[in-house]
Design a protein around this ligand. Sequence first.
Ligand code: AQP
Length: 322
Amino acid sequence: MAKAFSGIQPTGEITLGNYIGALRNWQPDPGSFYCVVDMHSLSQPWEPAELRENIRSTAALLLALGLGEGSHVFVQSHVPEHAELAWILNCLGRMGELSRMTQFKSKGRGKVDVSVGLFTYPLLMASDILLYRVEEVPVGEDQKQHVELTRDMAERFNSRFGPVFTVPAPRIAKLGARVMSLRNPLEKMSKSDPDPNSKILLSDGEDAISKKIMTAVTDSGREVAYDPKEKPGVSNLLEIASILSGESVAALAERYRDQGYGAFKRGVAEIVVAAVRPLREKVEGLLEDPAEIDRQLEQGRAAAEREAKPMLGQVKRAIGLV
Ligand code: AQP
């Protein structure tokens, strides 16, 4: 199995989009590292108490997925090498390439009242990845451009200072790489979306999930068919149901074709509830044992430090700081 690194921001409660697009593809492997990237969440306004809570619940989720056993789970700010390498990459990255990042364009471009961190965070992300000599970065479609920037940074560094970094590649699933908002199927489902009905949270109970899916925006007509251009709402629900049930999109569309949107949505809700419930219960159980969470995070931190420290040392020697 290829060594992988990936991270998730504790910017809010984790959504089904995060799960389908990213977390589900994170494999436990002794050479892989998965991270709660808490420093990234400082790039947008935050509340300290909420952030503290979100770091803990996000870490509990990664541990509930079993990633702390076969691989390593840690919190980014516990390993200071991330911030140190980020400064070095800030001095090697270019304004022009960062200005082309679509996430910055959609969240901050043209506004003066946004943080400098929102502009430079792709270089912190590059540091996160490059410290661990990994080959793959399993992410959703929205992060592909940032992984490509990471590749560019690694190649530029290696050609100027010698072969220090492994050049990683994004790993993006064919289906579910961009789960869409339930309220606007032309926008991605986002944990920071203020509309609670736009997103399914992994902490949602059966009633909340059913209500959100039953009120999801669908398309005109009543035929259930997979057509992301003409029927983005129905196609989004078909993709979600297919990934979580293992049944093909074609088979699901065929079954519900003439049953109307009501019956289709009830079927999707059942599939989502069955997938989310065991995960939610595991997370709730873990959150009752904060000492166990801390113990596993400390193990993850120590493993991460063993990789990150010598890597940063090598970088410093290569660029002339040591
Ligand atoms: N809607 C989505 N569909 C598929 N994958 C998604 N991801 C996020 N939203 C979707 C993937 O989840 C991983 C962790 O995301 P992140 O914490 O880095 O934040 P993000 O990419 O900025 O997405 P969010 O969840 O919408 O956060 P906010 O609201 O803070 O911007 C990534 O691999 C991402 O691709």
